[in-house]
Design a protein around this ligand. Structure first.
Ligand SMILES: [Fe+2]
Length: 317
């Protein structure tokens, strides 16, 4: 249960209500002293994640990137079998980036995750649950001086710095010079790497110096890149995905409209038109899924049903 005296995640309510899912802003957290996030515990966690028999992702819930030094040696299934704990113990001398996905499935980390989600819901209000598909906690463990390339994500997230420091460069997603609508439409329809870094606009970046106890909220599709400090970094990403009708479908409709030669209005400009577009695409998608016999929301696998249970638990608190 969340502690009433000391929230796991905090943010000035005024700053939060003005900027939530619109602009990046700083938050504070109380996880830096938690022994679950020290390297020996993380080595054990990585082994537990690697040993999952029903991971969320077909190639396992661990991703390892060793940079240019050992490129081409990162078969995810091999890492799932290999000695991931040693990799973490040697991370200070490597060029390694380790991602542990859905760590909320493991004992201890689930409580941390739920406390953070409860604190977020206290700020957003629980009504937002209607628009959320599922939650996730991801852990990033990175070697000194690693750079994470420019990209956008589909999640609404909070990156909480627990150990080490890093600079996070984020951009206003509504700045069309930086993120044209076409790039967003391609991102949702075609390719996860559709957002293109434009160095001429780097001066517009909102740069946050993350250190233990500090985090940043990143709205859905906010462009960003990161530079680690000269130390091992441990960061926890708490995030959720909106249902398709709340965001994703609007870009997909616009993708098709633009291909017919039209210039569709960006999401948010005309809420009524957004509503029509989303309804239309939801029906279109349901028909297509029934024809293709794709799994519907109600037929999702065991791992995803876990998240529906969490949402119900949180809603009842
Ligand atoms: Fe990201």
């Amino acid at each position: 249960m969340p502690t009433a005296s000391k929230p796991a995640l905090q943010c000035d309510p005024e700053i939060f209500s003005r900027n939530f899912n619109r602009l990046p802003h700083e938050v504070q957290h109380a996880l830096s002293d938690n022994p679950l996030f020290q390297l020996p515990a993380l080595a054990k966690l990585a082994q537990q994640v690697a040993a999952r028999e029903n991971p969320h992702h077909s190639k396992g819930d661990i991703h390892v990137d060793q940079g240019k030094a050992i490129s081409g040696k990162t078969d995810l299934r091999e890492w799932a079998k290999g000695d991931i704990a040693n990799l973490i113990n040697q991370i200070e001398s490597g060029q390694t980036w380790i991602i542990l996905k859905h760590i909320e499935r493991e004992p201890g980390y689930r409580e941390v995750f739920e406390n953070c989600i409860c604190d977020i819901l206290n700020l957003t209000g629980k009504k937002i649950l209607e628009d959320i598909k599922w939650f996730e906690a991801i852990l990033f463990i990175t070697s000194p001086n690693r750079v994470t390339d420019y990209h956008i994500d589909r999640e609404c997230s909070w990156l909480l710095q627990i150990q080490g420091d890093k600079d996070m460069h984020l951009f206003d997603r509504s700045d069309k010079d930086i993120l044209p609508d076409e790039e967003l439409e391609n991102y949702w329809m075609v390719n996860n790497l559709s957002a293109v870094y434009k160095p001429q606009y780097e001066s517009r970046a909102l740069v946050y110096h993350l250190r233990p106890g500090i985090g940043v909220h990143s709205p859905v599709n906010t462009p960003h890149w990161l530079q680690n400090g000269n130390n091992v970094s441990v960061s926890l990403n708490i995030n959720f995905q909106f249902h398709e009708h709340a965001w994703e479908n609007l870009f997909k409709v616009n993708y098709y409209l633009r291909r017919t030669g039209l210039k569709p209005s960006p999401p948010g400009k005309y809420p009524f038109i957004d509503h029509i577009k989303s309804k239309f695409y939801t029906v279109f998608q349901d028909v297509r899924r029934s024809i293709n016999r794709s799994p519907s929301v109600s037929e999702q696998n065991e791992a995803r049903q876990h998240y529906h249970r969490i949402v119900e638990t949180l809603a009842s608190r």
